[in-house]
Design a protein. Structure first.
Ligand code: 5GP
Ligand code: MN
Length: 342
């Protein structure tokens, strides 16, 4: 693995840089992509951000958000297909499995343009030339901070760039409560505050920006689509296509929903199944020391972090997906029983 940090000289003024991140981007995905874009703008590079799916509206305030391209929009897709060969570098942020960029993966995989991965997920795939990869980092935004620091450019962090960074750090630490919240995280945030980042504004923009529909959708989930399976210490939640239609669900609306399951007393883990037109997506969350990433990888073509993972059951509807899940739950009983009294 070539380290990105030692190779600043590779990036020459005027070079075109493509920055991309994962499907259904969260605050860390968008925050890290736009922090890096804003940084590269400042040092004379020419960055563009391409997303495999749409930008959730609660990130539209971030500097540079209006210029991103979305592969799911036909006009943007055409531009992407026509210009994929124009870049000097491709930066892949907040993912390290090429499948996580869905429709964009073929375009990116098939270019010989040198690639850089900046990420904190486990088990990175070997498709890049340079890496800034650290599974101990709580967020990819933290790694962007480290990059700017190591390249001697920390002074270029202004309040707008810092706000993008703060968004990712705040979200991926669950607002500073997950076990990944190290003293390093707090030190970086302290610096961002000193640089003028309005952390309260960022929090409000991301968490206090729900439509009435979304809040009612959450109410529906909690009142009608949540079951506690005490034998498995599992809070199980699901949303059908019908539910999503009823509440006019938009991209990003279900972000954070799965975490509510962990508020059930006794729950060690929570699963949220979401029906999509191409199958069912699963989100897994757990409390220490119970790991969900192996479970996601073994049965649901997924993976992720120890306590926050995702996966999918392709070409399935909700009814079948629930059956598949119920079939594999008993296989977890040993592990559940080992940790339930800790
Ligand atoms: P979410 O439930 O928010 O979609 O995903 C939680 C975490 O699980 C993400 O931060 C990501 O690390 C991981 N994740 C989600 N979907 C997948 C997947 O399909 N494959 C892998 N390897 N990780 C995933
Ligand atoms: Mn992340």
């Amino acid at each position: 693995m070539n380290s990105l940090l030692a190779n600043r000289k590779l990036f020459k003024e005027g070079q075109k840089i493509l920055i991309t991140t994962h499907y259904n981007p969260d605050a860390d995905a968008i925050g890290s992509s736009l922090s890096l874009k804003n940084y590269f703008d400042k040092i004379g590079l020419k960055p563009q951000v391409w997303l495999p799916s749409s930008l959730p509206h609660h990130f539209s305030w971030m500097k540079g958000a209006q210029e991103v391209l979305d592969f799911e929009k036909a006009a943007d897709r055409q531009i992407m297909q026509d210009s994929i060969g124009d870049f000097d570098w491709i930066f892949c942020l907040d993912f390290s499995g090429i499948g996580r960029i869905h429709g964009l993966s073929n375009l990116i995989k098939n270019t010989s343009t040198p690639k850089v991965i900046i990420d904190h997920h486990l088990d990175p795939e070997n498709f890049a030339d340079y890496y800034l990869h650290d599974t101990k980092a709580a967020s990819t935004c933290e790694l962007i901070f480290r990059l700017m620091q190591d390249w001697g450019d920390k002074s270029l962090i202004d309040s707008e760039l810092g706000a993008c960074m703060y968004a990712g750090i705040m979200a991926d630490t669950g607002s500073f409560r997950h076990p990944n919240t190290t003293s390093e995280v707090h030190k970086i945030v302290a610096e961002l505050i000193d640089l003028g980042v309005n952390t309260n504004r960022v929090h409000r923009k991301i968490f206090d920006s729900s439509s009435i529909d979304r809040l009612r959708f959450l109410g529906h989930l909690l009142s009608k689509r949540l079951e506690y399976l005490s034998e498995y210490h599992l809070a199980l939640m699901w949303l059908t296509e019908e539910d999503q239609k009823q509440f006019h669900s938009q991209a990003g609306d279900t972000e954070g929903f799965v975490n509510y399951g962990l508020q059930v007393e006794g729950a060690i883990w929570a699963i949220l199944l979401i029906e999509r037109n191409d199958g069912v997506k699963l989100s897994f969350r757990s409390i220490e020391p119970f790991a969900v990433n192996q479970f996601a990888a073994q049965y649901f073509e997924g993976g992720g972090h120890k306590n926050a993972s995702g996966g999918r059951i392709p070409k399935s509807n909700m009814e079948d997906a629930k059956k598949i899940l119920m079939d594999v739950l008993p296989l977890q009983l040993d592990q559940i029983n080992q940790v339930k009294n800790l």
